[in-house]
Design a protein around this ligand. Structure first.
Ligand SMILES: N[C@@H](CCC(=O)N[C@@H](CS)C(=O)NCC(=O)O)C(=O)O
Length: 231
């Protein structure tokens, strides 16, 4: 019997979403333990005592933390299952890792401002996201080589990482009333996003923007009620 795989996290987190997509892409069965809004479970705190953040992947009871580390772990630990997530060529692997780190460094913080989770100038934040998406569109052209995905013919590491933000692009647009993933400015990336969400391994795992807008309100209320809670 295979060893149990458990994801500890919340459905709305892009970092959690990407882990679920990777597992589904690999065809790995997993249990999802949904964290309650407003407090962190004992299991989460015990499993990720350093950062105290979701997601945590538990494989045979052993925790793996940090989403980019988890994606690479899933690719290696389940190498016999499904297609590889990272490219086979070491140089292309390095390029995918570079842009994945770029995406997390440049998108997450301004998206939080646009969603009203933290203060800051929303127009400035929208411009930061847009500038990062323009860079990522260039990376897409380079990396895809005319094929549908960053990974080429199929969804790969960089598709999963950037794709996990798509729901929040839409939600941020609605909340802030500013364009984010803009058809006019980044047409190839906008078309890729539609393709990515239609992929069989992705589907409903990228949350719907309207549902995320509602969730944002719940989250802001939880933060107002508990000043030490940080989502
Ligand atoms: N670098 C981390 C980021 C994870 C992260 O920020 N998770 C958020 C949810 S979206 C969280 O757990 N926040 C709780 C906190 O910051 O205390 C990863 O890639 O896993």
């Amino acid at each position: 019997m295979s060893e149990p795989v458990v994801v500890v996290g919340g459905w709305a987190s892009p970092f959690v979403t990407r882990v679920c997509i990777a597992l589904r892409l690999k065809g790995v069965e997993y249990e999802f333990l949904q964290e309650a809004v407003g407090r962190k479970s004992e299991l989460l705190l015990r499993s990720n005592p350093v950062y105290r953040k979701m997601p945590v992947l538990l494989h045979a009871g052993r925790p793996v933390c940090e989403s980019l580390v988890i994606l690479q772990y899933v690719d290696e630990a389940f190498s016999a299952a499904g297609k590889p997530i990272l490219p086979a060529d070491p140089y292309r692997r390095a390029v995918h890792r570079f842009w994945a780190e770029y995406a997390d460094a440049k998108l997450h913080s301004p998206l939080r401002t646009l969603r009203g989770m933290v203060g800051g100038d929303k127009v400035d934040a929208a411009e930061q996201v847009s500038a990062a998406l323009r860079q990522l569109e260039e990376a897409f052209v380079e990396s895809s080589g005319g094929k549908p995905y960053f990974g080429g013919d199929d969804v790969g590491f960089l598709d999963i990482v950037v794709g996990s933000y798509i729901g929040w692009f839409g939600a941020a647009e609605r909340i802030a009333g500013l364009p984010v993933l803009d058809q006019a400015r980044t047409p190839r990336l906008a078309a890729w996003a539609v393709r990515f969400c239609a992929h069989e391994a992705v589907g409903e795992l990228v949350p719907d923007a309207a549902r995320l807008v509602e969730f944002g309100e719940v989250l802001r209320a939880a933060m107002a009620a508990n000043a030490s809670y940080r989502p």
